[in-house]
Design a protein around this ligand. Sequence first.
Ligand code: PAP
Length: 320
Amino acid sequence: MRDIIPTLPKERGWMFEHLLQYNGFWFTPTSILDGVIFLQHHFKPRPTDIFLATSPKTGSTWFKALIFATMNRTNFELSNHPLLTTGPHGLFPFLDTYIFQNDHYQDSISSLKSLPSPRLFSTHVPYSMFPDSATDASSGCRFVYICRNPKDVFVSMWFFVNKSRTKEVSPMSLEEAFELFCRGVSPYGPYWDHVLGYWKASLESPNKILFLKYEDMKNDPVVHVRRLAEFIGKPFSAEEERNGAVEEIIRLCSFENLSNLEINKNGAERFSPEIAVDKSNFFRKGQVGDWKNYLTEEMAKRIDQISDDKLYGSGLKFGT
Ligand code: PAP
């Protein structure tokens, strides 16, 4: 790692000083990039592993809650649910930083080994960068990928980094961030390449990758939570359906509920020695189409044009 990093292309960072380009994507040195390289070479998947894969700001906080609540629905009472006291991020290790907390490789490996199965991980790592041992059809691992309209992703990311940026990094105007985003220079970007990697893999291996859209979950959460439950091997029984179990999970994980919990309003989530984020920064508006309040018509057209070009022939359309 120490040999590779100084040779990588460098650009202005959003939250930290720089982003470095590695295997075609942009990463924050050192915590994130170290984790990604470590994952490529040392991660040992289990057939029961489930990865919640997202590009930043596409809904991982929400889906962490939904997957955890669905997976563990028979283990906890709603009144006493760990989501109410621990919050989505505390329940769902973020693999990219969790995997490599320090220079002690053996510590990282043994803390991964000690997690009980099925292990639930969230990750922003592009599909092409996962080791074959996780992506091979025979591995058994499953991925839930969440895609969101890039205009909302961009606006969400811009607000997030403005609140979370370290003091040493100068502020970034909407216009500057927009140029970088359109050029693909954003954390884990280019956004479109990230989405297409998972999209194509989901077409090839639909049993391995469930590709969902943030907007679809907003429009029809009952249908999509059912799909999620089936995919993770925990389908709702007829009795649970009659008793309103799906709706209960949707309510528990709703923006209104989660964003008003004390655990999500106070304190910071520490992902690595360098990365700590105020928990409240993970909740802003939770709406579809908020970009209309911030992007000019010209900006919206430019993103739409990039999307048309990049997604051409793929069969994918972003939600609106
Ligand atoms: P991350 O990549 O840093 O983990 P992530 O959770 O993916 O962030 O995205 C945050 C977005 O999800 C925010 O969107 P916004 O800026 O457009 O508002 C956040 O408000 C939204 N979000 C968080 N929790 C929920 C929820 N329960 N339901 C819907 N949207 C949510």
